[in-house]
Write a new protein. Sequence first.
Length: 227
Amino acid sequence: MKLITIIPAYNEEKAIKDVIYGAVKYSDVLVVDDGSTDHTFKLAKKTGSEVIKHEKNRGKGAAIKTGLKYSLNSGYDVIILMDGDGQHNPLYIPSFISSIKNAELVLGSRFIAGTPEDMPFQRRLSNKITTKIIKYVTGYEITDSQSGFRAIKSQVARIFLDIDYDDYVYESEMLYKAYKNKIRVVEVAIPCDYHEEKSHITKKHVVNYIFFVINLLMRKLKGRIKY
């Protein structure tokens, strides 16, 4: 099985090398530097892993799509997604590899073992609301719709390339896209380290997410209307 870990990164110079060195123990690694203005690109290159740089910041979704295209063109069988800020522990990559045998999309859940005590309140609230809505729309029995730690079988990854969203909404839209294509989704328990967390989410991202949630509910309602 040919594996790759895609790490979308934006101004993650403090953590990027440790994340790469952790992931490379289990798979090849591709870092997609999404227009960083710090030393993220330089430090990632020093590890010897593959690095692609966006000349300007395009959004996490755009970085993931760049990584998916590279992975599909390079013949990988399984694609791992993980954040570059050190919140995800690469030691859990084997759990994803094991679980992907019985599914096509694996989500890392921070909530299976209970709500993380150090998770910021606004993150808990946002995730809880979004997860309930996505469960209602898709029927997936999931507990963490916003986790960036995921695994995808390459034979289904191509359907995620034509998602219009380029920001953080992309990861939630992936679940709707999976639902529409009857993709099997499972979760695995993961920890998440919020120590020294910094957020790249702006007011614009929040507004976009609100519109996404409304649009998601409208799509569900439209599907229930009988013509």
